[in-house]
Design a protein around this ligand. Structure first.
Ligand code: PRT
Ligand code: ZN
Length: 284
């Protein structure tokens, strides 16, 4: 074995982000529409293009060493694989939804019929809540089930909520938060594990870079200490004198999460000419 086999979704909501992640890791994969697999030209991986539902089983059975799949599919299929990273894309939630006009309470689902493509996860939720209900598995267009009298409620993936809205439904109970994850076979060879570690090093650098911004600003020297205290940076900020006396240029890294908050505080502390630029890779 000298290549790591990675299964990703062939065509669907996770395909583009999965290929983009590999690309940002410097792995060049050509995705042509009818191909089942493709070998990267500059890294020892081979990419398999599959239906997302099949990925957990293929990774469990070592047809592929790794896979990228939504947590919703992973937990529904319940296969023996190990999650190695959450990837931060494909975010959605699996939720119970009911007709808009109905009032929801904890007894609502009792003895009702629930349509879903996720019978295992729905049954688990019902068991936890001690609710007896009829779980009706359908494979697509779950949201139309109440409207055509097939079910009283549904359980489906939601991201913006507009599909529910358009079908006269409302979300009443999220039962699972989901995002795409990287999973691995539980018995990887030492050789495969070594390639995986190289890949994870790159994925972590890309994820960190995406979660951070490089910031440059001009600071009056009188307020330099205050401004530096707002910018912890990787070690500490870089401070360079400006040509104009009494001013310095300060460079640092800020996290996407507290970005706007920090910018406001920096402005209040007298910072000017603030530039914020994306970071491509970040290695600590
Ligand atoms: O052909 P294949 O089996 O590979 O693809 P698929 O049709 O089963 O899956 P696909 O491409 O639709 O979704 C792949 C994965 O993307 C899912 O398993 C989730 O992990 C993730 N994901 C993220 C979503 C959504 N967001 C999402 N909104 N998957 C589906 N939806 C659907 C949902 O089912 C509903 O129909 O979008 C609609 C709701 O969207 P909003 O924005 O209107 O709320
Ligand atoms: Zn699918």
């Amino acid at each position: 074995m000298n290549v790591l086999k990675i299964a990703i979704q062939k065509s669907g909501r996770l395909s583009e982000d999965s290929l983009q992640l590999l690309k940002e890791c410097g792995i060049d994969v050509k995705n042509s529409a009818n191909k089942l697999k493709a070998q990267a030209s500059n890294f020892p991986v081979e990419v398999f293009f599959l239906r997302d539902d099949d990925i957990p089983e293929y990774v469990q059975d070592a047809v592929a060493d790794l896979g990228i799949v939504g947590e919703n599919v992973l937990y529904e299929k319940n296969k023996q694989v190990e999650i190695v990273r959450q990837l931060g894309f494909g975010k959605c939630r699996l939720s119970i939804a009911i007709p808009k006009a109905d009032t929801y309470n904890e007894n609502y689902l009792q003895n009702k019929k629930i349509a879903t493509s996720y019978p295992v996860l729905v049954q688990k939720f019902l068991n936890q809540k001690n609710i007896i209900a009829d779980v009706h598995e359908i494979s697509g267009s779950v949201e139309i089930a109440p409207g055509i009298g097939l079910a009283n409620a549904i359980c489906d993936l939601v991201s913006s909520g507009s599909t529910l809205l358009m079908n006269g439904l409302k979300e009443v109970e999220p039962i699972l938060q989901s995002q795409a994850v990287l999973v691995k076979n539980q018995n990887l060879s030492a050789e495969a594990d070594a390639i995986l570690n190289k890949l994870l090093f790159r994925i972590d650098a890309v994820k960190k870079a995406n979660n951070n911004k490089y910031i440059l600003l001009n600071a009056p020297n009188d307020n330099l200490e205050k401004i530096i205290s707002l910018l912890p940076g990787m070690k500490s900020p870089t401070v360079l004198p400006l040509a104009q006396e009494g001013w310095s240029s300060v460079h640092s890294v800020v996290s996407e999460n507290d970005f706007w908050n920090i910018i406001e505080q920096l402005k209040n502390a007298g910072a000017q000419g603030i530039l914020v630029v994306p970071i491509e890779k970040m290695i600590l």
